[in-house]
Design a protein around this ligand. Structure first.
Ligand code: THU
Length: 133
């Protein structure tokens, strides 16, 4: 299976495990690390609503916990006609580990609808090198 198909399968399977009893909106994400491994995640909501976490956040955390800090691609999937895009906070999380080659795939249950370079999502992301002294 090619990596993009694998990303779709991993994100779809994770989405099926989403814990979203409050919004009823299940999201799955899968990240292709620079090590060519795939990490999946789902949204995990909480009765204290702000404690909920996004699918992308979970996938990125799994990647980092496995020792990888580079993102080649991200796929996000939800059951919508128009595919969803990562939220603003998740774009910043992706930014931390992405480069000029990072691709974002937007999918619904039928398959990938659009694939775009990450840079199109957040061209002026907060990334000031002077923050790191
Ligand atoms: N959500 C994600 O997991 N990823 C996104 O890119 C957008 C939104 C989740 C958060 C919340 O659990 C639910 O979708 C509805 O906003």
């Amino acid at each position: 299976m090619n990596k993009t198909k694998e990303l779709f399968t991993a994100a779809s399977m994770a989405r099926q495990q989403a814990y979203a009893p409050y919004s009823g909106f299940a999201v799955g994400a899968a990240v292709l690390g620079s090590n060519q491994k795939i990490y999946a995640g789902a949204n995990v909501e909480n009765i204290s609503y702000p404690c909920g976490t996004c699918a992308e956040q979970a996938a990125i955390a799994a990647m980092v916990a496995d020792g990888c800090t580079g993102i080649s691609a991200v796929l996000v999937i939800a059951d919508t006609k128009e595919p969803i895009t990562p939220c603003g906070a998740c774009l910043q999380r992706i930014k931390e580990f992405s480069g000029t080659q990072t691709t974002i795939h937007l999918a619904n249950l039928e398959g990938i609808v659009r694939s775009l370079p990450f840079e199109e999502f957040l061209p002026l992301a907060f990334n000031n090198k002077e923050v790191k002294k």
